[in-house]
Design a protein around this ligand. Sequence first.
Ligand code: FES
Length: 327
Amino acid sequence: MAKIIINPDNISFNTEISQTILEVALSQHLNLPHGCKNGTCGACKCKVISGDIILDKYNQKILNEDEKNQGYTLLCKAHANTDVELYIPNLLNSFPVKTLPAKITSIVKIGSIAILKCKTPPKQKFGFFAGQYIEIMLNGKNRSYSIANYSEDGGEIEIHVKYHKGGVFSEFVWNELKDNMILRFKGPLGNFKLQNSKKPIILVCTGTGFAPIKSILESILKSGVERQINLYWGNRNQQDFYLLDKLNEWKIQLNLKITLCLSREQQLGFIDGYVTDCIRNDFENLDDYEMYACGNLKMIEDVYELSTLKLNLKKEYFYSDAFTPSI
Ligand code: FES
């Protein structure tokens, strides 16, 4: 057994070498910075002050040799071989992770997407940052879904569920879930969240990666902060897009430019190609921008490479949440 100490907040917990530091922290409801949980997004990168860590295989583009030599590690790939001290600032400046019931208040199906709304108990305050996610607990399995709305009191939660044939949660949603049923969930989780700044932002998503992007847009709308926003949303086919009416409303209320990209067909009003093609066509220099990307891992890697290596985006201003479909 090894002891993990996190400073400057002096938080500690015990871990075993068989588990990653991130796994143990999350199991104890300590929301350490993380995104993909598989060594590809860099959200869990942090500085090791002392101690010996063994790293599982990870994407070298995310943690390069220089950073490793400077003592940085990836918590989702790190096993403590001795007691370890980590430096992670602002850890206590976050919402507590809770396990709560939530009553379904609305189920709307648009094509292969179900938009679920549910309410947490009035006495159990649930707060979250726009961009975070929850884990739905069903029949002993957990499925991760980004929160798609933003509410200051946190009482209502919206998630977007894509139908996958045979998928544990999506089959349940399509065949069994009804209004007023109770689901249990754990959250808020993840560190993909809107930063407190006024920089122009680029939002990039594929599929239901639109969910946390919608939450971010709602939070900007509610804050009243003026920001220049470029949204790139990619899908294979036109029918994979949903809530376009809502987006068009926000186009008027926000300083928002929307680009919808289609990779498998050509349609009027949509740009032919991947989100990376569209960003490459529209920008020469992203030096002063923040970028938020959510969707499949390949898209995130491609956007990261394009924006940081070719378009001068500063690495520290790239925020991502990569996901694999929950089957
Ligand atoms: S690299 Fe560790 S959570 Fe993504």
